[in-house]
Write a protein that binds this ligand. Sequence first.
Ligand SMILES: [Zn+2]
Length: 49
Amino acid sequence: MKKKLALACTDCGSRNYTKDVSDKVRTERLEIKKYCRYCKKHTLHRETK
Ligand SMILES: [Zn+2]
């Protein structure tokens, strides 16, 4: 079973990415550094529901 998570920029709140995660490998809150095209820089992205 796979689940789609949205990753939102912690600076502006835009949901820029989605990630497939399996329910079994349920980690803690994901925090990934990714490029935000709205901030025009790399920011920390956090999972949302
Ligand atoms: Zn941003």
